[in-house]
Ligand binder design. Structure first.
Ligand SMILES: [Zn+2]
Ligand SMILES: [Zn+2]
Length: 268
């Protein structure tokens, strides 16, 4: 089986470590990866950022629109520079925002032709007083989303309702075909009192019917409050049984995180 890291970030990410993407690529080569997907957070619409309520500068959640051309150009040159050593795939981690699908489609129409990979993820929901982040902090998620919806189960129902929308949404011919960290709502599961993930049979069937793949994201495995992959092993099993391809993703925002947990997920 090809050794692939399918989900990584770069120095274009304002909430990352600042480590340069080239150092991360070099690390991936050292670790023996044969394919490396660079999937930076695509820019977010200004109207959305104006309504994002969070205890952090709202421009730290994704790359800047003004950096798009540099991002693509730099990656094309790195792809060529390292082409004998690793197969570099260029793309974005796209946020699915129900109310801003025109913005996303326009961005994909303009930049999708330079991409050979991509992920579609849900990091934000409409909650208390506006848009709220699902994965910024447990306190923030608790007040802005869990209490707002009336409990952890209702929070999950809303999260997966939007994920389902992201699967079926028409975002044009460059829409990514991989669903990012399916259970990101579990990031603070211990603090939020989430004991089990609600039944995801319907979403998994939709993903399968669309011929999409899934991000097997190890981000949560390294967090005390979570301690599991997105999605967790029981859902991985269910997805595999259906025949949905899962692609390992380190979600690295730093050199030291490239390839983390790769050996562990091989056992799942
Ligand atoms: Zn990130
Ligand atoms: Zn993400």
């Amino acid at each position: 089986m090809l050794k692939v890291d399918g989900h990584t970030h770069t120095h274009y990410c304002p909430h990352g470590s600042g480590d340069h993407v080239e150092e991360m690529i070099i690390r991936a080569i050292e670790l023996g990866f044969e394919e490396y997907h660079v999937t930076e957070h695509a820019p977010l619409p200004k109207k959305f950022l104006e309504r994002l309520v969070v205890d952090a500068p709202v421009d730290t959640f994704a790359m800047d629109e003004n950096d798009l051309d540099d991002y693509i150009n730099e990656l094309i040159s790195l792809k060529n520079k390292y082409r004998d050593k690793i197969d570099l795939k260029i793309g974005f981690e796209i946020d699915f925002l129900e109310d801003f699908q025109d913005y996303t489609q326009t961005l994909l129409n303009e930049y999708g032709k330079w991409c050979d990979t991509g992920i579609i993820s849900v990091h934000f929901l409409k909650g208390l007083n506006g848009w709220r982040s699902v994965d910024y902090s447990s306190e923030d998620t608790k007040t802005g989303l869990v209490s707002y919806f009336g409990g952890q189960e209702q929070f999950q129902l809303e999260y997966f309702r939007v994920v389902e929308e992201s699967v079926v949404a028409d975002l044009g011919s460059y829409k990514p075909n991989r669903i990012g960290h399916l259970t990101l709502c579990n990031k603070f599961k211990k603090s939020l009192g989430i004991e089990r993930t609600i039944d995801l049979g319907k979403i998994l069937h939709l993903i399968f019917k669309k011929n999409y793949t899934m991000d097997l994201n190890v981000g949560g495995l390294f967090l005390e409050d979570c301690g599991e992959t997105y999605p967790p092993p029981d859902i991985i099993k269910e997805a595999k049984k259906l025949g949905i391809p899962l692609i390992y993703g380190s979600d690295a925002h730093a050199v030291k995180a490239v390839g983390r947990g790769y050996e562990k997920i091989k056992l799942l």
